[in-house]
Design a binder for this molecule. Structure first.
Ligand code: ASP
Length: 433
């Protein structure tokens, strides 16, 4: 197969051309044109991905659970999944804290830039602060209550209710096991066929991925740069150390924590793993949304990494909702960066508080663009760092969001391989497209 026929190369070309278009458009006064005529295609692409997420999770998880010959397996798998998710998040935050304390990016931020950023992002900070306030107003057990839907249609009507859909699929699957075998088989066949249809639709949508990614990237660049690319580059340069700290942290996390996870749990080579999920990583990067990427992550993990549907259909939707290693690492770096920039030294106790709150904040963050920075407000409040400080990092947040989302997706997929392998549910994958 010629290289350019491979999906990940086509997506990469789309990414690259989108970047070039965005740069040219913001230099030549074509920003408004891009927003009016190119951005909508990116939105359509993301909408299509979101459209199939809930039916896919429902159908594949019902089948997965209904085919389990032993229900205790489900709770064992659930416990293992949550435990690995928590442990990898704590490692991510610790790596983030180490990198930011060693590099001290906040100390290098010139005073003038600080003042200027605080002024220009003041309104945007207020929005984030209010959104975080709404999260805090909810009771401590509200996230638990939110898993149990009161209405089936309501649960399926909003992609942010993914855990409710997971819950419905599990009880439906368990119900199917309990009824007369013949009747149960009818339902299993139905959901199996439905699942196959959705997977076909994922394939169709992915044919449009290179174009969708082009539109998304062009839009991101134009929205960041507006009609003044020079200003955007200046901002990037001023926050260069901070961005570098986040990126180094993320790279260390992927190369240390996930490779160790593979060493412990599976024989899969790390590079084969990356090859298998390349398109999902690239889509995560372009959409900044683990929730929108979920259908592709599920397809790649099952088809290319050889993770059994029983495992993937549970571990991945749960991961897209609660497991965000990239986000938690970024929150740790950002919190300490802001503290450093405003001249605060955080004690060990405060840094431990960051470990706790960033773990919770990443669990609470939705898999959508910009969710991480809203939950960062909660981390900052816990260690008494002024919330207004997020003005310092807002300008580059979208770029970092793209990278941390790619890591979030990689983390979900890595854990699904680990869980599948430990449950004897991993077969040899076909790592290439
Ligand atoms: N965009 C991220 C995700 O979807 C969440 C975040 O903002 O960090 O995984």
């Amino acid at each position: 197969m010629s290289w350019y026929r491979k999906l990940h190369w086509q997506i990469l070309i789309g990414l690259f051309l989108g970047l070039i278009w965005g740069l040219i458009a913001s230099q030549t006064g074509m920003a408004a044109f891009t927003l009016a005529w190119i951005k909508p295609f990116g939105t359509i692409f993301v909408n299509l991905l979101k459209l199939i997420a809930i039916p896919l999770v429902l159908a594949s998880l019902v089948v997965g659970v209904a085919k389990l010959n032993d229900i205790t397996k489900l709770s064992r798998m659930g416990g293992k999944t949550i435990a690995i998710y928590l442990i990898t998040s704590v490692f991510a935050i610790s790596i983030g804290l180490t990198v930011v304390n060693v590099m001290k990016p906040g100390k290098t931020l010139p005073l003038e830039t600080r003042e200027e950023l605080m002024m220009s992002y003041r309104d945007s900070v207020e929005d984030r602060d209010e959104a975080a306030g709404r999260v805090l107003e909810r009771g401590p057990l509200q996230p638990l209550v939110d898993i149990f839907p009161e209405n089936f249609v309501d649960a399926a009507s909003d992609n942010s209710n993914m855990l409710q859909v997971v819950f419905i699929a599990i009880i439906l699957g368990i119900g199917i096991i309990q009824i007369e075998k013949q009747k149960g088989e009818v339902l299993v066949s139905f959901f199996e066929a439905f699942n196959d249809v959705i997977i076909r639709i994922v394939d169709f949508i992915m044919m449009a991925a290179p174009y969708g990614v082009f539109a998304l990237l062009a839009t991101v660049i134009v929205e960041l740069a507006g009609d003044d690319l020079g200003r955007a580059l200046e901002l990037l340069a001023a926050l260069g150390w901070y961005c570098l700290a986040v990126v180094i942290g993320l790279l260390l996390h992927v190369s240390i924590v996930y490779t160790t996870l593979f060493k412990i749990y599976s024989q899969m080579k790390f590079w084969d793993f990356i090859r298998g999920i390349r398109p999902a990583i690239l889509l995560g990067f372009s959409t900044s949304s683990s929730a929108a990427t979920l259908p592709v992550t599920m397809e790649r993990v099952e088809k290319n990494l050889g993770v059994h549907e029983e495992v993937a259909s549970f571990v991945l939707p749960v991961g897209a909702t609660i497991n965000m290693d990239g986000t938690s690492l970024y929150q740790a770096v950002a919190a300490v960066f802001i503290a450093q920039a405003v001249g605060m030294d955080l004690s060990i106790a405060q840094q431990l508080t960051i470990v706790l709150t960033a773990t919770l904040a990443s669990i609470g963050a939705a898999g959508v663009p910009g969710a991480g920075i809203i939950m960062l407000v909660i981390v900052l409040q816990a260690v008494d760092v002024p919330v207004e400080g997020i003005a310092l990092i807002l300008g580059v947040d979208r770029l970092l969001d793209m990278i941390r989302t790619a890591v979030n997706i990689t983390g979900d997929a890595a854990v699904s391989v680990a869980v599948a392998s430990s449950e004897g549910k991993l077969v040899m994958g076909n790592y290439d497209d």
